[in-house]
Design a protein around this ligand. Structure first.
Ligand code: DX5
Ligand code: ZN
Length: 226
């Protein structure tokens, strides 16, 4: 995985047809998705349950781009290796998920995966000040994690602060939650380069009408690039 700050759209398969992940992934990639975002929820750190490592392993052969695994679980450390073995390129853990995020990021990097740290809306940018040398991505949540389709919570100031803190370091800023053609430009203008979008990408389309996914992603890209 090489680093750059060009815009990347990462559809969240939380909004895909759960009976059809392989074809859904192939459809979004054929329509121009840059990364594939996989939302892992444990029914404890967040009030919803989704994908285990076996599901990730099963869908991995269908992903040609980047498998971006967002762990909304606590504890995190006992599961890192399983998600890395399942083929995750990026593994993101929440700073709020336990007392030892520093150790967690080291453990993610030790597997060879890129390490991400996610911040809930209530967590300030400063919380990552002593973690930046250990991470490849900072994920700014613009909803409270747990569900797709929630309303955007404006985190423009936080993204701006993070962008300044990051400077020249090769660290992505990812935004997760409520991204659509209206909200996405606010976040990229503030310094984000990876936009996770679930409902705004999958709405109105299906594997038999994949061009809708393409049009939905193009609407976000056009809104950002003007
Ligand atoms: C929220 C998840 C998001 C979510 C985004 O807990 O982390 O990735 O699926 O969905 P939308 O784009 O519908 O807000
Ligand atoms: Zn996510």
């Amino acid at each position: 995985m090489s680093f750059d700050r060009t815009l990347k759209i990462a559809p969240s398969i939380l909004s895909a047809d759960f009976a059809n992940f392989g074809r859904e992934i192939e459809a979004i990639e054929a329509q121009g998705a840059d990364w594939v975002h996989v939302d892992v929820m444990d029914g404890h750190f967040v009030p919803n349950l989704t994908f285990g490592p076996q599901l990730c392993r099963a869908i991995r052969p269908h992903i040609k781009t980047v498998m971006d695994v967002h762990l909304m679980i606590a504890p995190v450390d006992p599961y890192i290796e399983a998600y890395a073995d399942a083929g995750a390129d990026v593994i993101t853990a929440h700073i709020e998920a336990g007392p030892h995020i520093h150790r967690t990021l080291q453990a993610i990097r030790a597997t060879g995966a890129k390490a991400g740290v996610a911040l809930n809306p209530g967590t300030p940018a400063d919380a990552v000040a002593h973690l930046l040398d250990l991470c490849d991505l900072v994920c700014v949540m613009t909803v409270n994690p747990g569900f797709g389709g929630q309303s955007f919570i404006d985190m423009t100031d936080k993204v701006r602060q993070l962008r300044a803190m990051i400077g020249d370091r090769p660290i992505h800023i990812e935004i997760d939650g409520g991204m659509d053609p209206k909200t996405a430009p606010l976040m990229t203008a503030a310094g984000a380069d990876v936009l996770v979008a679930g409902s705004a990408v999958f709405k109105g389309g299906s594997v038999t009408t994949p061009e809708v996914y393409g049009a939905n992603m193009k609407a976000i890209r056009d809104a950002v690039t003007g």
